[in-house]
Design a protein around this ligand. Structure first.
Ligand SMILES: *Cc1c(COP(=O)(O)O)cnc(C)c1O
Length: 394
């Protein structure tokens, strides 16, 4: 196998349980948008539900509908809609839908009438993120109109919610401001006659650091996958979380080269002496960030190596110095650290980005191999695209 992203479903379940413990008064929503941050939405969604997540969260309606098509039946919220979105299909499939403005409310009402079934709606207020969400000036109009539609029986307002801008920077003044704005929005909704089942505001960093933001439901994505939302907050271990993804490859070539040999496009690395070069068959097409050229860490032959020269589309090189390895030997880019390998956060630092982007961008060309460190995987327990489970990872 050229390369694989090994996903430990036991880690996903353990993370959900650890996160639930930190928000004991709230229900947990496992956010599985963008194919569960690259980990596989169907398998991770199922694992999260097994560990006690009554809710799943998706950004796009097609993500939510794909979960339904795969047999998921629990509560499922979907929040990133554009005009003409498949509201009717979402309502038929019992997907909770987010509404951030009057245009969306009108479309939901029309779609619910069309399919003859009440929609479950979460009204979103922009408390300061400045992204999606209803501006506070229009909130009274939106909540009043939603209440009227509810009284008619065409929808139920199941949630009122918002999203933080700087929850990963504890003490940032916007946090208190957003909390206060959210309380105001809840009061306006109540005055309009709404009695939402769940009020929700917290993402992973707020779940970990801000109990007063937990309300009835916490929406946690990155924590479920065992990646830290921010190195300043702490490591996954600090929060009792375990990275679920290991990205590894088999060396495609190992060869001796003389001193002064240029390596990879642009010759940004030149061998300082006679040495051994190992070729890792993963590149930016697989989601290994080109920005980490000359910087990304890889465990090969028992030591951390640094990417030598540029990361190309399909491959990059590491300099083994005086060490030896055989073609086919493992190169581990990141994982939970059991074998001393780097973390996704290490790659984020090397590429000037965040751990979220590292795991989410691992490409389609890299097969996901599911293992379960609690229960050994069975031969028949494979999803589409899995190629091998024998051995798994220790
Ligand atoms: C992605 C997302 C989340 C999850 O954020 P994490 O930081 O990964 O926990 C929660 N809510 C919304 C609206 C999101 O888009």
């Amino acid at each position: 196998m050229r390369a694989r992203a090994v996903i430990d479903l036991a880690a996903v379940r353990a993370n959900v349980r650890a996160l639930r413990k930190r928000a004991p008064g709230a229900q947990l929503m496992a956010v599985v948008k963008s194919d569960a941050y690259g980990h596989g939405a169907v398998r991770c969604g199922r694992a999260a539900r097994e560990a006690g997540a009554p809710w799943l969260g998706a950004a796009l309606p097609e993500e939510a509908l794909a979960l339904r098509a795969a047999g998921d039946t629990g509560r499922l919220l979907c929040w990133l809609w554009t005009p003409g979105g498949p509201w009717g299909r979402a309502i038929e499939q019992d997907v909770d839908v987010s509404v951030s403005g009057m245009w969306a409310l009108r479309e939901v009402v029309a779609a619910a009438r069309g399919v003859g079934r009440a929609a479950r709606v979460h009204l979103k207020i922009d408390t300061g993120l400045g992204r999606n969400g209803c501006p506070p000036e229009e909130w009274t109009e939106l909540t009043t109109a939603a209440r009227a539609a509810e009284a008619e029986g065409v929808l139920t307002v199941a949630g009122v919610w918002s999203h933080f801008a700087c929850a990963d920077e504890p003490g940032h003044p916007s946090i208190a401001a957003q909390l206060a704005e959210f309380h105001r929005a809840l009061a306006v909704a109540e005055a309009a006659g709404l009695r939402p089942e769940v009020r929700h505001l917290a993402n992973t960093p707020a779940l970990l650091t801000l109990p007063e933001a937990h309300f009835d439901l916490v929406r946690t994505g990155i924590g479920v996958y065992g990646v830290s939302p921010s190195p300043e907050l702490g490591t996954p271990e600090d929060f009792g979380l375990r990275p679920a993804m290991t990205l590894e490859a088999s060396l495609a070539s190992v060869k001796r080269v003389p001193a002064g040999h240029g390596v990879s496009y642009g010759h940004h690395y030149t061998t300082p002496g006679e040495t051994t070069l190992a070729l890792v068959p993963l590149g930016y097409a697989d989601g290994v960030p080109r920005h980490a050229s000359g910087a990304g860490p890889v465990l090969v032959a028992g030591k951390w190596r640094t990417v030598a020269g540029r990361i190309a589309m399909d491959q990059f090189v590491v300099d083994l110095g005086g060490d030896r390895a055989e073609a086919g030997a493992p190169a581990v880019l990141f994982g939970p650290g059991d074998r001393g390998e780097p973390s996704a956060e290490d790659w984020a630092r090397a590429a000037g980005t965040i751990g979220y982007e590292i795991v989410t961008r691992i490409g389609k060309r890299v097969p996901r191999v599911y293992v379960d460190s609690e229960v050994p995987a069975q031969a028949g327990d494979r999803s589409e695209g899995d190629t091998a489970l024998t051995g798994g990872v220790a």
